[in-house]
Write a protein that binds this ligand. Structure first.
Ligand code: XMP
Length: 512
């Protein structure tokens, strides 16, 4: 992304850092999140149009509170400090940061001075999210107060000559009305950005640089049919054509017809060098009788690597291994890990086993929505680009208990009906993940005059932005009724359908 104007986001540990980067990119300006202690030399080398300091949980008076490199405010590059970022700017430049008696949290009325470029075009009163204990009591010399709330005298400040700005509130979150406009003003009024970062130019640049990098060497890609690996594969294919080989391991745990759909797109539409390995029997043999979810994940992960490895061996040494790593993976891997509730959330872990020289990660600078836009730009069909997330272990963790071929068939049919009716009702873009689960509960029913003793299908649908938390979706009763009646009528061995009305937490999205 060498030729684009750049905003550097210094990460002081706040929970909304990714959001800040996204908001900047939504304004068509490329942004990168970097560690708070990035050196002055590195900053100069990156030559950003502006710098944003994120918030963070520390206090400037803490013993090992995070500090930026000395001299950052003298570079002549505009800086916007958010929350802790504003406090740090104040502290370093000689103002006073004080501790409030109580934390100010929530969307708050903020009076602003709309003669400041930061608030250009704003009405006088606004509502922004405040979330802080420390606050700026006195602004540093050369700074002017440009906003306040009832409990925070300096909710924003500026030093126009040095192009330094601080805001105590969080403009990046949705509850800050017009928050993005503050970021936009910083980018366009203060940093003089042009806003020419676009997916189309990303695609062109990437293809060009991949061509240069790989030349006529060989690359290998594990294709899962998920959005990231699909987009990475097509991008590589556009750059190096038949020198890319994709291996698609079909473990037989995909949804109804999905394996064939993947093959259709990659082989027929794009004419990609595709090897499809139908390995269902291998996986089912390994999974026979296994009921523990973590054990299922482990078996599938290991078997996946084994199958991939066997196929890759047939090809011999390749120069490059393609991975669909995306920007949130890159940012998150730099931060502390939270406790493992379920393992194997990212199916990575291939490189150790494959004979290759270098990894290539063409999407490592993109957020998920940008990956989707890239996919559309490359001509990948919408239904693939907007696919809901699907776990690596597939239906194995949606058949509760032990897995058999028969159970998989029941689940595939029920799940396909659910998805079809959600699409018919026009809800498929609003619900972020929805699927059927085959519980291992059998219950008594009556069909015609006959007693039945058959399986219970559970329907799961959640609305979420980050998949870390989420609410169960309030699907209209009529839609649920139609799904339920179709499933019991059309799918053999199911006589009961239930709807999961638990949010996450305390439940997780998947049942296993
Ligand atoms: P949970 O069930 O933990 O799921 O609330 C959160 C998101 O992660 C997906 N998920 C997985 N993805 N391998 C994956 O690649 C897994 O083992 C796995 N388990 C859960 C889940 O579908 C949801 O989107």
């Amino acid at each position: 992304m060498k030729n684009n104007e750049l905003i550097l986001i210094l990460d002081f540990g706040g929970q909304y850092n990714q959001l800040i980067a996204r908001r900047v990119r939504e304004c068509n300006v490329y942004s990168e999140v970097v560690p708070f202690n990035i050196s002055i030399e590195e900053i100069k080398e990156k030559n950003p149009k502006g710098i944003i300091f994120t918030g963070g949980p520390a206090s400037v008076y803490g013993n090992d509170s995070p500090r930026c490199a000395d001299g950052i405010f003298e570079l002549g590059i505009p800086v916007l400090g958010i929350c802790y970022g504003m406090q740090l700017m104040t502290y370093i430049l000689g103002g006073n940061v004080a501790k409030a008696n109580k934390r100010e949290y929530g969307t708050t009325d903020v009076s602003i001075d709309n003669t400041s470029l930061l608030f250009k075009g704003f009405e006088n009163d606004n509502r922004f999210l405040m979330s802080h204990t420390d606050y700026v009591e006195t602004v540093p010399d050369g700074f002017k107060n440009i906003a306040s709330t009832l409990s925070c005298p300096n909710a924003a400040m500026e030093n126009v000559d040095k192009k330094l700005y601080g805001i105590q509130f969080h403009p990046e979150v949705n509850n800050s009305i017009n928050g993005t406009q503050v970021i936009r003003n910083f980018l366009f009024e203060i940093c003089n950005c042009k806003g020419d970062w676009q997916i189309a130019s990303f695609v062109d640049e990437s293809i060009k640089s991949l061509k240069e990098k790989i030349g006529d060497k060989k690359a290998l890609c594990a294709l899962s049919g998920g959005v990231d690996s699909s987009v990475a594969a097509v991008l590589l294919h556009k750059a190096i054509g038949k020198n890319l080989t994709c291996i698609f391991v079909d473990h037989g745990l995909l949804r109804k017809n999905e394996g064939d759909e993947v093959e259709e797109v990659f082989r027929n539409q794009f004419d990609i060098n595709l090897i499809r390995v139908n390995a269902k029997n291998r996986f089912l043999e390994k999974l026979a009788g296994v009921t523990d979810p973590e054990k299922k994940r482990k078996i599938i992960g290991e078997e996946f690597i084994r199958v991939f490895e066997e196929e890759a061996k047939k090809i011999g040494t390749v120069d490059f291994l393609v991975q669909g790593t995306i920007y949130p993976d890159v940012i998150e891997s730099g931060l502390g890990k939270s406790s493992v509730i379920k393992s194997h959330h990212n199916v990575g872990g291939l490189p150790d086993y494959i004979d290759f020289k270098e990894i290539v990660e063409p999407l490592r600078d993109l957020f998920k929505d940008e990956v989707r836009k890239t996919g559309l730009e490359l001509g990948i069909p919408e239904n693939l680009v907007y696919r809901q997330p699907f776990p690596g272990p597939g239906l194995a963790i949606r058949v509760i208990g032990d897995i058999t071929d028969e159970k998989l068939d029941i689940l595939k049919e029920a799940d396909s009906i659910f998805r079809e009716e959600i699409a018919n009702a026009g809800l498929h873009r609003n619900i972020n993940q929805y699927f059927a689960v085959l519980t291992n509960l059998k219950s008594v029913g009556v069909m015609g005059d006959e007693r039945t003793y058959d399986y219970t299908i559970a329907l799961r649908a959640v609305e979420t932005t980050d998949f870390m938390t989420g609410f169960w979706s309030k699907i209209p009763y009529e839609v649920l009724e139609k799904v339920s009646s179709r499933i019991v009528n059309e799918v053999n061995h199911v006589n009961r359908v239930v709807y999961d009305i638990t949010s996450k937490p305390p439940a997780t999205i998947e049942w296993e």
